[in-house]
Design a protein around this ligand. Structure first.
Ligand SMILES: Nc1ncnc2c1ncn2[C@@H]1O[C@H](COP(=O)(O)OP(=O)(O)OP(=O)(O)O)[C@@H](O)[C@H]1O
Ligand SMILES: [Mg+2]
Length: 344
């Protein structure tokens, strides 16, 4: 039996404690069964670097306890291997995975992280360059909003909404009836935005990769693309990551959930996306689920795939969703509609 576990409980009730306990127990069980299990086979994800450090410290402390109890053997080896453990934030996880496999995407594995002012400047320069070279093509939009507003729409889309754009369809657009006398102009502006935003995004990506730079959004979107578009790479990681433990799962957004879903082995039940309550998600192999249920006391556990009884609405309807490639056809227009009303 293969089964995932989803723990839902309120603050301070021991969710992280149980996640760490699980991290230790999977090794304990592997040692007992004489199976090979390395830190490369277990992923633990949490939300901040501070929380990741705390989690790693807790793991070390559990291992030290076992060594102190007089069972050094494999625990000592594990303790030494912990430097390489995959215990981190989702961004650090993606960064590490991308560095290993960046060449599949034609990205320099030694890439630098593009953030802060450097990122803002590269975005600004790319949009400015794009406008300078394509003023004629941008005319329908400029006519609708004015030059400054058009520039802002592109810049904001590139800097603030790109991550969202990769997964979230924005609220639906307007019908031409609602737009009234503006209809024709707005439709032309929308089309102009969609066509050109794609070009701008390609240009920004090509430029950043050429400079050996990857920004935080790209860490996630490129990891998703890699896993989605390269079945052999996806399989390699699915084989490797036998256990995936995620703390604070309620804060996982759709793109992040999609990455986790892509790493799940075939045959697993579908993964519920985000819960409203504080949650932990454990992808666990073997027949461990039933025993765990008893150990967790006050914590409510469910198998992944079934909604919690008291919060049917708490999950996004995306369980088992099929991943979409970045910028599917209908995303850019929706983004445009979303930005436009503020300026009309
Ligand atoms: N079964 C347990 N045995 C011993 N100590 C426990 C147990 N469960 C929780 N604790 C302790 O209770 C405290 C809170 O636990 P923990 O941090 O795991 O809770 P949490 O549900 O993750 O909290 P938060 O909602 O803040 O993330 C910790 O100090 C932890 O060591
Ligand atoms: Mg916690």
């Amino acid at each position: 039996m293969r089964s995932d576990i989803f723990i839902s409980a309120s603050a301070g009730t021991g969710k992280t404690y149980n996640l760490v306990k699980n991290y230790i127990e999977v090794f304990e069980e592997a040692f007992r069964r004489g199976e090979t299990l390395d830190v490369h086979n277990v992923v633990a994800i949490t939300f901040t670097n501070k929380a990741a450090k705390e989690m790693k410290d807790r793991v070390i402390s559990w291992i030290d306890d076992r060594i102190a109890l007089g069972h050094p053997g494999k625990w000592k080896t594990l303790r030494n291997r912990l430097t390489y453990a995959w215990i981190s934030t989702i961004h650090s996880f993606c960064e590490r995975l991308l560095r290993e496999s960046a060449l599949f995407l034609g990205i320099d594995p030694g890439f630098q992280i593009l953030s802060g002012m450097k990122r803002v400047m590269l975005e600004q320069q790319t949009v400015r360059g794009f406008f300078e070279e394509n003023l004629e093509k941008l005319e329908p939009l400029i006519e609708l909003t004015g030059l400054d507003e058009a520039f802002k729409i592109f810049r904001d889309s590139l800097s603030k909404l790109r991550h969202e754009l990769a997964v979230h369809p924005s609220p639906a657009g307007y019908s031409s009836l609602e737009l009234g006398e503006h209809a024709e102009k707005v439709m032309a502006g929308s089309e102009c935005f969609c066509v050109n935003f794609r070009e701008l995004l390609d240009r920004y990506e090509a430029r950043s990769y050429r400079m050996g730079l990857v920004d935080f959004d790209q860490l996630l979107t490129k990891t998703r693309d890699l896993l989605l578009q390269m079945p052999q790479v996806r399989e390699k990681y699915r084989e490797r990551f036998k256990y995936i433990l995620i703390d604070e799962f309620q804060d996982t957004d759709e793109l992040q959930s999609e990455i986790v879903s892509l790493l799940r082995k075939e045959g697993h039940e579908s993964l519920p996306l985000r819960g409203r309550r504080e949650t932990v998600y454990l992808q666990v192999q073997g027949s461990r689920c039933d025993g765990l249920q008893q150990n967790y006391g006050r914590i409510q556990i469910q198998r992944a795939g079934s909604a919690p009884p008291d919060s049917q609405q708490a999950f996004a309807p995306g369980a088992g969703r099929v991943s979409k490639p970045p910028l599917p056809e209908d995303h850019a227009p929706r983004l445009f509609w979303r930005l436009l009303p503020l300026r009309l």
